[in-house]
Design a protein around this ligand. Sequence first.
Ligand code: MTE
Length: 400
Amino acid sequence: MKKTKFSNSRRDFLKVLGHLTGALFLNIDGFSKNLLAQTKELTLEPQVFPGKEKMIILSRKPIVLEMPPEGFEYFITPNELFFVRNNTSMPELNVKDWRLTITGEVKKPLVLTMEDLKKFKEVEALITLECYGNGRSFFEPKASGNQWKKGGIGTALWKGVRLKDVLEKAHLTDKAKHVIFDGADEPFTPGSPDFRRSIPIEKALSPETLLVYEMNGQPLPIYHGYPLRVVVPGWGGAASVKWLINITVSDREYDGFYMVDKYRHPKNPVKPGTKLSPKDMFVLTELEVKSIITNPHNESKLSSEKILIKGYAWTGEGYIKKVEVSTDGGRTWQRAKIVRNEGKYVWCSWEFEWRPPQKGYYTLMSKATDNRGRTQPFIPYWNQDGYLYNSIDMVNVYVE
Ligand code: MTE
């Protein structure tokens, strides 16, 4: 380990501590879990998170990290830039002791080691994961929660097995209607709710719903659920439970805190600012159709005669049919070119070549439409927790 000069200033000390813990963390297997435990005992939180140094920190406890704008340069998001959304403390699991249990409405309960799990047919898939709260900071009036801008999203190549294959091995009973996932993470304060969520059996049995142990060719990083997580494609990230240790098949939807009090949406549209009780809301499922402009950046000055407007578009259960761009504040719209389309559950990249007619201030917009005719609204659908923000994206630029 490098020797570090001690400085009198508290800020420098914190920085050094951050780097030091970073260096220690990165020593073993890219991440030492023992040392993670040690930093928990320190009263000072690290200034950077090892392996995630470039991320925008939205919260340190729990760790919530937004992808910086540079992350959009990659169609497949590097692990170092992939957003992190924890609700709890990160558990330190040793794969040798780790087991996955499958219980509940099954005829043959299972206890699987990682070796057992890897005997199922291995599958690999590109899947885009977006936090239900992505874009929350754009709601007016403000919705409470982490103030995500555009970076609560990323695309990875996930490797694992089909959840369906594992459930079938356990032989579902006729009462199997929902599948509850439980991670090994614990709430910070004893007695607070545990992070557990369920999905309907139809989605669990869809061949695209995976139990994954690799992300972009590396063992699943601890931030993303080491050693195993579920990936529920087309649904908000909350459905994709990390650090998975138990799957319970149930005859009903799970009714814990993260289903009843969080991740719900109004049954009927409400006046912005209205607070509803859970009975007037339903559990969130698939994502909305959405596009964002990633280049140029908001409030940038541009001098070129030819400007390439670029971005991504994605949807929940479906495909992107078209992306349109407006360079005149929404008066007229033109088709953007889809550059890379990897099919269902993966974002598409798109671009549009623009020749500004004269210098001045412009509002650029993007709007996606999916194969079910769903498109983006001008006015966001306000909801108290700020989920599923998907308004037409807007970027202001000055052309010199
Ligand atoms: N799984 C567990 N066990 N605990 C959590 O707090 N957070 C969820 C989900 N899975 C969470 C979890 C939420 S809200 C999101 S958006 C995704 O993980 C984020 O996945 P990522 O951190 O790998 O990007």
